[in-house]
Design a protein around this ligand. Structure first.
Ligand code: AMP
Length: 179
């Protein structure tokens, strides 16, 4: 089996969660499988093996699981992009649009230094709004987002292209059609 087929078989799809019309791609089943977690982390490491980074940034919460493991594999430090109000020290905040209204993510003001190369990680990219906000935060600190990696891409929602349009290299391990 190919890597993408191996991974796809371990993702649980839940229709109409968290609301009607959404097909939720649940990675808890992927992460609880030892081989699935290893394939996910090693797959992302392999996708970026020709590049050097200074830090891995993970987006709360599933991006912490993947990003933390990937940082360990790459021998790098990890920085957290969190939901509003969770980080204890001085933060920068970035709003992004949801279907209805806005949300925001935050980063510690000293999370990276100007010029450091950051690899941004999350489990899934849909519209790209969350990743774009994460990229904006790292750039506001002077960091260089040298790559963005996701296990799952929903290409119909255009997020990966949206991030590539910002001159960020995007790598994903498997795609699901539709929303
Ligand atoms: P977006 O900002 O639209 O790219 O959404 C990406 C974020 O929302 C990621 O942190 C995902 O974990 C989560 N997400 C969005 N759509 C789904 C989905 N269909 N299944 C699971 N998680 C999703």
């Amino acid at each position: 089996m190919s890597l993408s087929a191996d991974l796809e078989a371990l993702v649980r799809s839940i229709p109409d969660y968290p609301k009607p019309g959404i097909m939720f791609r649940d990675v808890t089943t992927l992460f609880q499988d030892a081989r699935g977690l290893k394939l996910s982390v090693d797959g992302l490491a392999d996708a970026f093996k020709d590049q050097k980074f200074d830090l891995v940034a993970g987006i709360e919460a599933r991006g912490f699981i993947l990003g933390g493991a990937l940082a360990h594999v790459l021998g790098l430090g990890f920085i957290a992009i969190r939901k509003k109000g969770k980080l204890p020290h001085i933060t920068l905040s970035q709003e992004y649009a949801l279907e209805y209204g806005v949300d925001s993510v935050e980063i510690h003001a000293d999370a990276c230094k100007p010029g450091q190369k950051v690899l941004l990680i999350d489990d899934l990219i849909a519209t790209g709004g969350t990743a774009e906000a994460g990229i904006a935060l790292i750039r506001r600190l002077g960091g260089v987002v040298a790559g963005a990696g996701f296990v799952i891409d929903l290409p119909a929602l255009g997020g990966a292209q949206r991030i590539r349009d910002q001159d960020v290299r995007v790598e994903t391990l498997l795609e699901f059609a539709g929303h």
